[in-house]
Design a protein around this ligand. Structure first.
Ligand code: AMP
Length: 631
């Protein structure tokens, strides 16, 4: 395994990163660090937050600084103030053992005078947002003459924020012989244009999709009507009582609106977007980082500066236009070996967009049903029970109040007490979810299909139930032969005739299923019939019968066809086995058998030997036996 040392990282930097716990370089670092230290050409890195890119450009940038000079030698451009701060903090961590090095973040929205004063003291590395840096250059407060390293971090985001002209303008001020490195998650034409115009023979490094986490992320979606999105969001949040996540919105206005609504509805949520003042943004991020806030409703840009590793969920309240942005979002969960879920709430017209994203991330979204009220309530109750179990009881502090409370509640037993406690929390939820509608969007066509299926399932269920239930006055018998065996009503009758030895059997309803059948016999007859059929032979299949049980899931087999006995069959059975031959023939073969039997009887009666051969044949089939016995 390669080491940072082998990549050429200097001793003082090695010491600092070892303290940070960096044991071996991440893939982007393996590629970019030696390149920046040793090669002349520039670098384009297609990589996202979380891939380790800050150290990839930060370590060699620090190493290239000459601390004996106070001139500005490196500029790093970031799209937001938060990213500036974050990059600056990381660089300061790496530079812990470098003496005489000054790194300054400069960004819009805070006092330019303070920044100017700091700049005048001499700063070797400036980490800046493009607008503010350009302003300072124009004021003559920043001199780029000695710059030897230029880093454009999150270039596509800077483009989204309208900084392209500023960047081009800044790059006009830096010397020709500087090294330039650009990181971007995507490569829109304007960014490719910057690379083409300002970079020397750039070498491109692509570092897959985000980090170790992506494999641990499950992508799911809920489809609802556009008007129901907010309701669906609330249900999802209710279903996830321990959620710690970011809800992404496309615009600042919608982020604010959703956050306000959630707060008004009692959720632990807040907004993060560019319309907030810097102080407000700082406060919200701090709260979120410290886990004093469960849900952050943010725009993509505002959330970029926030590096939190243990988010449980990412919720896309609206899908981003750029598929790569979805990658950014989902890559924020499932980090550091943990699993995460990336949820998209979409309406029907966004299905194609979802397919596009699937192609981009190389994974399929699972469609899930919006959590149902009873599932939500169960989850919440369980969570509360869990909290009750785990709450820290400050015995000493609470002791002095216990006697009065115990006295007041002494008339309640422990179950009552618990019920009341839970009701305190749950009455609101129960009321809210009473008569709550289904939110899943089902297109009309699918709805019709679903209705059909419900009808079919219902009739099947009824039928399955019927299959095992005898009609009044009858008992049910199960037999292990069905339609797949060529077993039909006449065959059953024949089999009964053959095996009940002339005793009358009154048959009722017959249900033929694929692999077995169930039929009704007059009450009190079932055991006799079962016994008679035991080990009977049906074309080589050994028959097994039993009195049907309601507990057995015969219906698990396959779909069945209920057969009411037709007139012909009924007539045949009315006479029972004894009188079988006076019934009507059901086949040519039967006709021939009957004819032969009649002839034989006649011959016997007349003492004729004619037809004996045929008779012999018949005997082997057994029918004649019965006839003889009967006689
Ligand atoms: P970045 O993509 O620069 O935001 O880095 C993502 C995270 O990975 C940060 O928390 C870094 O501190 C951490 N990191 C960067 N390089 C390494 C490394 N070689 N080993 C362990 N962690 C690292």
């Amino acid at each position: 395994m390669t080491t940072f040392q082998e990549l050429g990282v200097r001793e003082d930097l090695l010491r600092a990163i070892a303290e940070l716990g960096y044991e071996s370089p991440m893939p982007i670092q393996e590629k970019v660090i030696p390149h920046l230290l040793n090669e002349d050409s520039d670098v384009v890195g297609l990589a996202q937050t979380g891939t380790g890119k800050t150290a990839a450009f930060g370590l060699p940038t620090l190493q290239r600084v000459d601390t004996t000079s106070k001139a500005t030698q490196a500029i790093i451009l970031d799209p937001t103030r938060e990213l500036c701060m974050q990059t600056c903090n990381d660089l300061n961590d790496y530079a812990k053992y470098i003496d005489g090095l000054r790194i300054l973040p400069v960004y819009g929205g805070s006092s330019i005078e303070v920044q100017i004063r700091a700049l005048r003291k001499g700063v070797q590395i400036i980490v800046a947002t493009p607008g503010r840096l350009l302003d300072l250059i124009k004021r003559g407060e920043v001199n780029l003459e000695n710059v030897n390293t230029v880093i454009l971090d999150e270039a596509d985001e800077m483009l989204n924020m309208g900084f392209v002209d500023d960047i081009n303008n800044i790059l006009e001020h830096v010397p020709e012989n500087r090294k330039m490195l650009m990181f971007s998650a995507t490569m829109p034409p304007e960014i490719a244009g910057i690379a083409k115009n300002y970079m020397h023979n750039p070498q491109e490094y692509v570092i897959g999709t985000r980090n170790e986490g992506s494999a641990n992320v499950r992508h799911i979606y809920y489809m609802v009507r556009a008007n129901d999105k907010y309701l669906a969001l609330k249900r999802i949040c209710d279903y996830l009582p321990r959620v710690y996540g970011i809800i992404f919105c496309r615009t600042r206005a919608s982020a604010q609106e959703i956050a306000t609504n959630l707060m008004e509805d009692g959720y632990d949520a807040d907004a993060l977007h560019g319309d907030l003042s810097q102080a407000q943004r700082d406060a919200v991020m701090k709260k979120f980082r410290e886990r004093n806030l469960q849900l952050l409703v943010a725009t993509d840009v505002a959330a970029r500066g926030l590096d939190v590793d243990d988010l449980t969920h990412i919720i896309s309240y609206s899908l981003p236009d750029d598929n790569a942005v979805y990658n950014h979002r989902s890559g924020r969960t499932g980090r550091a070996g943990k699993t995460g879920v990336s949820i998209a709430i979409i309406h029907s017209r966004e299905r194609n967009k979802l397919r596009d994203i699937e192609k981009h991330i190389g994974k399929e979204f699972e469609r899930c049903e919006v959590p149902k009220p009873n599932a939500i309530i169960e989850k919440q109750l369980f969570n509360l029970a869990d909290r009750l179990e785990n709450v820290e009881v400050k015995e000493d502090d609470i002791a002095e109040y216990m006697p009065q409370v115990l006295k007041k509640l002494s008339w309640l037993d422990s179950e009552d007490l618990l019920k009341r406690m839970l009701s305190l929390e749950f009455n609101r939820l129960l009321e809210y979810y009473q008569d709550a509608p289904e939110l899943d969007y089902v297109p009309e066509k699918e709805k019709a299909k679903k209705r059909e299926k419900v009808k079919y399932d219902k009739s099947r269920n009824d039928h399955d139930k019927d299959c095992r239930t005898a009609e009044p006055g009858y008992e049910r018998v199960f037999i292990n032969a069905g339609k797949a065996d060529g077993f039909f009503a006449p065959t059953l009758i024949e089999l009964l005739n053959k095996n009940t030895h002339g005793e009358r059997v009154d048959l009722g309803r017959i249900d033929l299923l694929t692999n077995y059948s169930l039929f009704d016999v007059k009450e009190g007859d079932a055991k006799r019939v079962v016994k008679a059929l035991k080990n009977a032979d049906f074309f080589g299949k050994r028959i097994y019968a039993e009195v049907a049980s309601l507990d057995k899931n015969y219906a698990d087999e396959t779909e069945g066809t209920e057969l009411k006995l037709n007139r012909k069959d009924r007539r045949r059975m009315q006479f029972g086995a004894k009188e079988r031959h006076s019934g009507r023939r059901s086949s040519r073969k039967e006709f021939r058998d009957e004819r032969d039997e009649r002839r034989t009887r006649r011959d016997n009666e007349r003492g004729f030997k004619k037809g004996g051969e045929k008779r012999g044949k018949k005997e082997r089939h057994g029918n004649f036996d019965k006839f003889k016995k009967k006689k």
